[in-house]
Design a protein around this ligand. Structure first.
Ligand code: AMP
Length: 520
């Protein structure tokens, strides 16, 4: 069976073969016909490569190049799930992911990442040769398509104990997401409408699936930033000019960064019509400013964890919502997902308007965490069977309310997972990394909140040697060592040193008391 999503993308290769499917700020581009031809050829090469373990998930390493898309399609067409790893990941994180996968091989779309991928010691590395022998091989177009219940991709996300966890999303999940997104209000379009989507989020982040699915199945064009343009807003703006972007998909954090510069306006992006923001809290002032800069802009708020295949709720932010004295809604549930709000302790359903924990039920819920039955059990099997009725379920950890008309509102987390500048981070991930350094006896990481958003992280440290100097040099050393293990966006901005941690009655670091220590 071929995935309905893949079939829809491939149909574009015959309907509009010369249309550009993907383009980046470096000028690299690929048409729908090329995407099909090159991914077919790469799928054949993968199937013929004796070093690739049969049916194993395959790492796809790189950032925003056409070869990433070619590789994703090639993997699923040759019967392998793909596991994107972005260039921002440090060597140890990459090794941890490859180690967890066990049997795998890594496709290096950059051509120069052999050292980061372990020089062949962690797993076989497939270089750019994979993409060179197109046309030379004959054979069937598909070597071993994935079944509905097979894993389509695995996204590794921050884990609370210092080890990233891999969310296994199945073909059925992706196809359910595609069916909903391509038919929902957001996708309503005139027959000849051609959209150009800003594909902002790294492929390691589920938000990127939104524009990949909503754009590619209609034969639209994805536009992404590569290299320097990714790191400098000035260069990003240069790339936006003339990009023709009609649809913006990103986290609120990224659009806020752009809005901070007055040059981000309708003169820079004259064709921008819609903005879909997802992944973290959307503030009314962000919507108001965006609509002032881009008159007529329609703004949508989307919510959903990686574990439930990207978005599970979505709504347009209409003027009445901006005038209310409450946070913005995260949307109405998509029909493929049944959402229930439960008291997190009793697991009884709460009334509309009451706070509770959101559980997602249905066929867009992922299979679980790769190789982690313990974590899978806790998150994917916590929903009472009387509600699950044999379907897959996911406990989100999100505190929400539902209005009687079915509109959901987000109120925070029940645990220590946070969003910082759009990145999903478990504070325990950073704490374990810091506590493993020889200079550190205990570590506690706290978010600092400004204007309702987390602005940065502070690490409180009890040093191993209480007599040793605690100044700038120690902080520099700790940051450098941590950067070897976790991505830069997880490194706390400030470090403070204390002799002991106040403890709560259960003997754990008392976060409230520690927060008082860093309060301004
Ligand atoms: P991720 O798996 O990276 O997509 O992160 C999922 C988590 O991000 C959710 O469980 C929420 O805590 C948060 N989140 C996602 N979308 C929103 C939103 N629109 N508003 C508030 N929080 C959100």
């Amino acid at each position: 069976m071929n995935s309905a999503f893949i079939v829809a993308v491939e149909a574009q290769a015959s309907q509009r073969p010369d249309a550009v499917a993907f383009r980046n700020s470096r000028g690299e581009r690929i048409t729908y016909a090329e995407l099909k031809r090159r991914s077919d050829a790469a799928a054949r090469a993968i199937a013929a490569n004796a070093a690739v373990p049969a049916g194993a998930p395959l790492v796809v390493y790189g950032h925003k190049s056409p070869l990433m898309l070619v590789s994703f399609l090639a993997c699923v067409k040759s019967g392998h799930a793909y596991v994107p790893i972005d260039v921002v990941y440090p060597t140890e994180r990459v090794a941890s992911i490859i180690g967890q996968l066990g049997e795998t091989a890594a496709i290096d779309t950059t051509g120069d990442a052999a050292d980061i991928l372990g020089n062949g010691e962690l797993c076989p590395i497939i270089g750019l040769g994979l993409f060179e022998d197109e046309g030379q091989q004959a054979g069937p177009e598909s070597q071993g398509a994935l079944e509905a219940d097979d894993t389509f991709y695995i996204l590794f996300t921050s884990g609370s104990t210092g080890t990233p966890k891999g969310v296994e999303v199945t073909t059925e999940c992706v196809d359910g997401f595609y069916r909903w997104l391509s038919a929902c209000e957001y996708s309503e379009r005139t027959p000849d409408e051609h959209r150009i989507w800003f594909n902002r989020s790294p492929f390691t982040f589920d938000v990127s699936l939104t524009d990949m699915v909503a754009g590619l199945v209609f034969g639209d064009e994805l536009f992404a930033l590569e290299d320097e343009a990714e790191k400098s807003l000035a260069l990003a703006f240069e790339s936006f000019a003339g990009s023709g972007v009609t649809d913006w998909v990103s986290t609120p954090s990224f659009v806020e960064q752009c809005l901070a510069d007055e040059a981000f306006n309708a003169e820079l992006l004259p064709d921008l019509r819609r903005m879909l923001l997802a992944g973290e809290v959307l503030r009314p002032e962000t919507v108001r400013l965006a609509q002032r800069r881009f008159p007529g802009l329609r703004v949508f708020n989307g919510y959903g964890p990686t574990e439930s295949t990207d978005l599970v709720t979505l709504c347009e932010i209409v003027p009445g919502m901006l005038e209310q004295d409450r946070s913005l809604p995260i949307g109405y549930a998509k029909p493929e997902s049944r959402l229930v709000v439960l008291n997190p302790e009793t697991l009884e359903e709460v009334e509309d308007g009451e706070h509770g924990e959101l559980f997602v039920i249905g066929n867009t819920v992922a299979r679980g965490y790769w190789g982690r039955d313990d974590l899978t059990q806790a998150a994917f099997h916590a929903c009472p069977e009387r509600l699950a009725q044999g379907q897959r379920t996911y406990r989100t950890g999100d505190e929400v309310t539902r209005d009687p008309d079915g509109l959901y509102y987000y109120h925070g987390r029940y645990d220590l997972q946070i969003k910082l500048h759009g990145y999903r981070i478990e504070l325990g991930d950073i704490e374990s990394t810091l506590a493993a350094l020889p200079e550190v006896h205990m570590a506690c990481v706290l978010p600092v909140v400004r204007d309702g958003l987390i602005s940065h992280l502070v690490a409180l440290i009890v040093p191993s040697d209480l007599e040793a100097p605690r100044g700038f040099e120690l902080t520099k050393r700790l940051k450098r060592a941590a950067r070897e293990v976790i991505p830069s966006y997880m490194i706390p901005r400030a470090f403070k040193y204390v002799d002991t941690f106040p403890l709560n009655p259960s003997g754990k670091a008392d976060r409230k008391a520690l927060a008082a220590l860093i309060a301004d």
